[in-house]
Ligand binder design. Structure first.
Ligand code: GLN
Length: 308
């Protein structure tokens, strides 16, 4: 167990030290509804596996979690069909942007990993096959593992993404041509756009993802969300693939498994220690939160704790 760390003090120090980067990066506007966020928002929430909480800034304000939900859809797919997931999607870093099409052609419609859009769309296809009411059952799953009944989709964001999701439709149709999408493209993309539209605060995301810091067990209820073996694997895929073509950079600078979303959120896990969520909507050119990446790097550097 790590020594007691005053994270609150560290958050204040980092917020002061990083203050001058507040105008760097751009809010995502390719999904028009996301462009409405106030770019100055900034929140942090850390919870230790011993249930100590540390918050900073706008940590209670809900935002669009976007691709962070891909970790939760993978978790549910693993619970439902186990290792058969890996017949349809790989576990290798892509080194490509999140919405890239290029590898799919020469890898015959099998996406590199479940966190690029193509891989997450395959996971959605698996869930559409397994569930009677995918949207209802998926949101119930999140409410159950988090214990937060108010978590919901933002239907305006889902619709905005459906109207403009030309690349995601292209990716899904392309994979269908290789036989790796079993359902019609429309219900799969409808489900995908909804799961990207889920809104949660830093505090809620941290509470939801805490099971990955504690071997698959929810430390509040002691319920087994997923086996320790699968918890390890989900963290491994986050480590290698959670930041697309910046995954190596995040491992290099921060040294924790994590997952970003174009809403500006990042969740990171220190297995056995804590879960942390940072939110700052301005993105760097790789589609990851500009300030969020810097904050997490500063936290593991100042506390001298990472998985490496
Ligand atoms: N909904 C977004 C998309 O499909 C998710 C991308 C992300 O958060 N990296 O483009």
């Amino acid at each position: 167990m790590m020594k007691d760390i005053d994270y609150q003090k560290i958050f204040h120090e980092i917020a002061t030290e990083l203050g001058d980067i507040d105008n760097l990066g751009e809010v995502a506007t390719y999904i028009p509804e996301l462009g409405k966020v106030n770019p100055a928002k900034f929140g942090i929430h850390l919870t230790t596996v011993g249930m100590n909480h540390f918050s900073f800034g706008d940590s209670d304000e809900a935002f669009s979690i976007q691709s962070i939900s891909k970790v939760l859809s993978l978790t549910l797919a693993l619970k439902l069909i186990g290792k058969d997931v890996w017949q349809r999607v790989g576990v290798e870093p892509s080194g490509s942007p999140f919405n890239s099409l290029v590898q799919l052609e020469y890898e015959k419609g099998i996406p590199r990993n479940p966190f690029i859009n193509a891989g997450a769309i395959v996971v959605c296809d698996i869930l559409v096959s397994c569930l009677n009411n995918p949207k209802e059952e998926f949101i119930e799953f999140i409410r159950h593992i988090s214990g937060i009944q108010s978590i919901d989709y933002n239907f305006a964001v889902a619709e905005s993404e459906k109207q403009t999701g030309f690349r995601n439709y292209a990716v899904a149709n392309f994979m269908k041509s290789f036989g790796n999408i079993h359902n019609d493209v429309e219900p799969v993309l409808d489900f995908y756009c909804h799961l990207c539209s889920i809104e949660m605060s830093c505090q809620e995301l941290t509470q939801t993802f805490l099971f990955l810091a504690s071997g698959g067990v929810n430390p509040v209820t002691n319920e087994v969300v997923i086996s320790p073996e699968r918890s390890k694997r989900i963290n491994s895929v986050m480590q290698m693939c959670g930041f697309y073509d910046e995954a190596g950079e995040f491992a290099f600078k921060t040294g924790l498994p994590g997952k970003s979303g174009v809403g500006g959120g990042i969740v990171a896990i220190h297995p056995g220690e804590y879960c942390i969520t940072v939110w700052s909507p301005r993105l760097n050119p790789n589609g990851n939160s500009y300030k969020g990446m810097k904050v997490l790097e500063a936290i593991t550097t100042k506390t001298q704790s990472s998985i490496f």
